[in-house]
Design a protein around this ligand. Structure first.
Ligand code: SF4
Ligand SMILES: [Zn+2]
Length: 357
């Protein structure tokens, strides 16, 4: 699998060389929507904050084979003051637009690791959390991090800044299968490293309302439709057994400049069918007890999960509703379903034709 790693690094270098640099302020974004919170249905405010870029993607590893977030980063130092200024602007905007209602969650995306001080300076991290603590309607604060930055000290510091609020750390586990994670996704961490991070969170639960979530990637490259379904189900079961509190599935969408995009252009990769996604929800919601969210970003687009023009949007809406209430989607019929069934049956054979060059 050395080939994957080398190719991935070269593609990353090439795509970073082509970036039109944007200012940190232009790269920030925020919005809000209906969402499922730990306490039940509520609202979430989402914020994308600019940082110098994911340390893993900028390292010699070249980062994960499906992710181009680093290409949306300013790739320059963002000072704590600048970051805090941008955060406050967006918080104000969101709170004005949506009179804050209870219960609300705030989800902070930094296209990397919020807990890595090289990406988010400690002063900014503290400033952001302390500002959110001022709002009693905000019940949950959710951040993302690779497991290597999850330490007792850092978690304590974050929880102390948000007394009484749920602090959730979301980690991109992607799959339970370590071989697939290391060699195909190029994620760079083992099951043991992940379990260490979850156990620290578990331990601290006796003192703080701290939680863990995993992102699971539905259909990495070099994975057939059939394998993608079983891998997703096993991964959710593994996450629950490891003590994770919530699961968020991310079905693949094709990001620019990635190895996934290169294979897609060559006809050696396709994002999953929406039928596969429905199958995963059905099976996982009946197998595991923790909340399971299915992300529908990119559904029905050329670069995302796709069924056919007739059923894409109806199924997408059905999944969104099923996320909020954790229900199992109802039966739905469309002509394209038989094509999907055939692919699941025979995909084990066709995917082996994927070539890297
Ligand atoms: S998936 Fe996460 S760890 Fe991997 S390159 Fe993207 S931001 Fe970095
Ligand atoms: Zn259809």
């Amino acid at each position: 699998m050395m080939g994957i790693n080398k190719l991935n690094r070269e593609l990353r270098e090439r795509s970073l060389g082509r970036i039109d640099k944007k200012s940190p302020r232009k790269l920030a974004a925020s919005w809000s929507s209906e969402d499922l919170l730990y306490s039940g249905p509520g609202r979430s405010i989402f914020m994308v904050l600019p940082t110098p870029g994911c340390a893993w993607a900028l390292s010699d590893s070249g980062g994960c084979t499906m992710c181009s977030y680093v290409a949306d980063s300013p790739l320059e130092t963002v000072t704590a003051e600048e970051l805090l200024g941008i955060f406050h602007e967006h918080l104000k905007k969101q709170i004005q637009r949506e009179a804050l209602e209870s219960p609300t969650a705030v989800k902070l995306f930094v296209s990397g690791s919020f807990l890595n001080p090289e990406e988010v300076p400690v002063k900014a991290r503290q400033g952001i959390l302390m500002a959110l603590d001022d709002y009693p309607e905000i019940e949950e604060v959710v951040v993302e991090s690779r497991p290597e930055y999850v330490t007792r000290e850092v978690l304590r510091e974050c929880c102390e800044a948000l007394p009484g609020k749920i602090f959730e750390v979301s980690m991109g586990l992607e799959t339970w299968d370590e071989r697939r994670r290391l060699n195909i996704i190029n994620k760079g961490f083992s099951n043991e490293e992940f379990e260490r991070a979850v156990s620290i969170i578990q331990e601290l639960k006796s003192e703080y309302p701290v939680r863990s979530k995993v992102y699971l990637l539905v259909k990495p490259i070099l994975t057939s439709e059939k394998e993608a379904i079983s891998d997703a189900i096993q991964s959710a079961e593994y996450a629950e057994q490891s003590g994770v509190d919530r699961v968020s599935f991310c079905p693949s969408t094709i990001h620019k400049g990635t190895l996934m995009e290169m294979l897609w252009r060559k006809g050696s990769y396709q994002p999953p069918w929406i039928w596969s996604v429905i199958e995963i929800i059905r099976r996982v919601r009946s197998l595991v007890k923790i909340p399971v969210i299915m992300d529908t970003a990119g559904f029905g687009t050329r670069r995302g999960p796709y069924n056919c023009k007739k059923c894409n949007s109806a199924l997408k809406d059905m999944i969104i509703q099923s996320n909020i209430h954790q229900t199992i989607p109802e039966d739905f019929e469309c002509k394209c379903r038989s094509k999907w069934l055939a692919e699941v049956e025979y995909s084990g054979i066709t995917h082996s034709a994927s070539k890297l060059s």
